[in-house]
Design a protein around this ligand. Structure first.
Ligand SMILES: [Ca+2]
Ligand SMILES: [Ca+2]
Length: 369
């Protein structure tokens, strides 16, 4: 009797319960997503439902996923489960490499009894799945500099896209018998000439696309790095103004990098800088021309102590400063002494005889006696 009941199962398709054909248990199958691409993974949600008075018991469940395809593809898995109560679980399955179209997947569940005969039975459910065609990727790239010089590093930047997935593979041919599998490779061409660079990309569904661009490698004269600065004699309280004087005889300078020699730098063309310590600094200017060639120049900048910032507190004056200060003070004292002496002396000048002072004008002429 039990075997007879188990043989009459319930068919439940896509979440529906058709006419009951067993009183024991049935399987409900749903699929997520219901539209996907071949070889992608989908989630089957399987619900084992107690449709009768089945006591809970432990059973061995064998699940078979049969895809309506030619030839038919079948995958299987097994698990131990407590049959007799409503039990759901999610099983991840990879879609077979089917051509795009609508397919029916039949999921058959067979329970083998482990403890008694209560769960020896089987049921199945069907789900539809739409296999979508893959949209191939679109290969594209840029490179910098646009017209590099021989032996100049060219940076290639991938700009490929995949509208329904991701690009997972890159293959570059640089046209000079070298290649790369990097996404954004760098490459230097040894000689001037025109090279056809090819990029082949692969998306996560295995489709590919190809693009090629010519790269003109031109002989290039490197730029000439030059600079001046003012003031030539500076100190730690002053700002040093640097002036770029670089040039490129067959192009233009497009990038500047200043190394001020104190651990700081700038990318401005004419930067200013104030140094914190009085010492010598090696200032390096590196310029890049529009073809990526570079050139550098180094100058030594001498920074003195600031009269306002660097001396000080107690030991500020050096021997020279104290000496100058003493000399100035001595000179001032000498001048002051002379002036005082002159003030105390009679008003008579050297070589003059003493003349009595004229009395006030009384209207009479004064005559010496
Ligand atoms: Ca794709
Ligand atoms: Ca140049």
């Amino acid at each position: 009797m039990r075997l007879f009941l188990a043989a009459t199962l319930v068919l439940m398709v896509c979440g529906t319960f058709p006419t009951a054909r067993a009183e024991r248990w049935g399987i409900l199958v749903t699929l997520d997503p219901s539209a996907t691409k071949a070889s992608h993974t989908v989630n089957f949600t399987l619900t084992l439902q107690n449709t009768g008075d089945l006591e809970v018991t432990t059973c061995r469940i064998d699940i078979q996923y049969a895809w309506e395809s030619s030839p038919q593809t079948v995958t299987t898995e097994s698990r131990t489960i407590a049959v007799g109560k409503n039990e759901s679980w999610i099983a991840q399955e990879a879609i077979p490499p089917l051509t795009p179209g609508s397919y029916l997947a039949t999921v058959t569940v067979t329970a083998r009894t482990l403890l008694d005969q209560s769960c020896t039975s089987s049921d199945w459910g069907n789900v539809h799945v739409d296999i979508l065609p893959n949209i191939p990727p679109t290969a594209e790239f840029t490179h910098e500099p646009s017209t590099p010089a021989p032996n100049t590093v060219v940076n290639f930047v991938d700009a490929s896209m995949d509208s329904d997935g991701v690009v997972t593979g890159w293959y570059w041919e640089f046209g000079d018998a070298s290649n790369s599998f990097d996404r954004n490779p760098s490459h230097a061409f040894s000689f001037a000439g025109s090279y056809t660079v090819v990029l082949i990309v692969t998306d996560n569904d295995g489709d590919t696309d190809r693009v090629s661009h010519p790269v003109q490698v031109l002989s290039n004269l490197p730029p000439n790095a030059r600079f001046s600065y003012t003031p030539m004699s500076s100190n730690t309280s002053a700002v040093v103004e640097f002036s770029d004087g670089s040039f490129d005889t067959d192009g233009s300078v497009v990038k500047w990098n200043w190394d001020f020699g104190d651990g700081t730098n700038s990318s401005e063309r004419n930067p200013t800088h104030r140094y914190e310590s009085a010492t010598m600094y090696q200032v390096v200017l590196t310029v890049t021309d529009n073809d990526g060639a570079t050139n550098s120049v180094t100058q030594t900048v001498l920074i003195g102590a600031s009269p306002f910032r660097d001396h000080p507190k107690s030991t500020g004056f050096g021997v020279l400063e104290w000496g100058l200060t003493g000399a100035v003070a001595a000179g001032l004292s000498l001048v002051a002494a002379i002036l005082i002496k002159r003030r105390m002396r009679p008003s008579r000048q050297w070589g003059q005889t003493h003349q009595p002072q004229e009395p006030p004008d009384t209207g009479r002429r004064w005559r010496p006696r």
